[in-house]
Design a protein around this ligand. Structure first.
Ligand SMILES: CC(C)(COP(=O)(O)OP(=O)(O)OC[C@H]1O[C@@H](n2cnc3c(N)ncnc32)[C@H](O)[C@@H]1OP(=O)(O)O)[C@@H](O)C(=O)NCCC(=O)NCCS
Length: 202
């Protein structure tokens, strides 16, 4: 199944949308695959290579090196409510390492937005930690991030993509997210303290 994702990642692919403000059409993300070592294939499955302009001022990319980790950690451990229980730096780093991460950078190369897909790259994905810097909100970046993420080749065979939001439903509805058809079939274990590095006592 992972191989299937890699094949998809190896295709030259195109995403097109118009940003609300800029109205610009876009674009081309390119990821090329050639036969190689296991290590090389793994890096490709980690989905480097997507780079999608948003208007004329921003780019969304899945390059892990595009993440300003200190800035992102500041966002997620301060006013982004999902981590209000506290976020341990090591937990944060591990979460990034095991996700497909999407960054928004300005043309001046400032890191201004983020979201990550928690996924097996085959059947399931969860869209998480979406954050746009306050000064850059309302310019279509939250939607652009979401559009690039759900159209990502590594998720081509995913039959379900979930997310949780308290009040930004409209941002995601524009990309096809709808309320759960049957919430009664879902269950959860909630352990907010675990992300703060506090493990459960037996
Ligand atoms: C939610 C968030 C990512 C949206 O980013 P953004 O770049 O401002 O969003 P966009 O510009 O792409 O879209 C905004 C549109 O969605 C609408 N919207 C609905 N609920 C919204 C919400 N809670 N926050 C922002 N926009 C919302 C806006 O009214 C706007 O509509 P318009 O295009 O008709 O004016 C950003 O506000 C943010 O980082 N918030 C703090 C962290 C957070 O709440 N993350 C979401 C966790 S699920």
């Amino acid at each position: 199944m992972v191989r299937a994702s890699c094949v998809a990642t190896g295709m030259v692919w195109r995403l097109v949308w118009s940003t609300r403000r800029g109205g610009a059409d876009h674009v081309k993300g390119r990821a090329q695959r050639s036969p190689g070592s296991t290590r090389r294939r793994r890096r490709q499955c980690d989905a480097r290579g997507v780079r999608v302009p948003v208007g004329t001022d921003y780019v969304v990319t899945d390059d892990p090196d595009a993440i300003d980790r200190d800035r992102l950690f500041g966002w997620l451990s301060s006013d982004a409510y999902w981590w209000s229980g506290g976020l341990d730096r090591a937990v944060f780093e591990t979460a990034l390492e095991h996700s497909i991460c999407f960054s928004v950078r300005t043309i001046d190369d400032e890191f201004v937005g983020f979201g990550r897909m928690v996924t097996d790259r085959a059947s399931f994905a969860y869209w998480a930690d979406v954050y746009v810097d306050l000064a850059h909100r309302g310019r279509g970046l939250g939607q652009a991030l979401t559009g690039v993420a759900i159209d990502h080749p590594a998720l081509a065979t995913c039959r379900r993509v979930l997310l949780a939001t308290r009040d930004a439903h409209e941002v995601y509805a524009r990309h096809g997210f709808v309320p759960l058809a049957d919430p009664s079939i879902f269950m959860e274990i909630s352990r907010p303290e675990a992300a703060a590095g506090r493990t459960r006592t037996p």
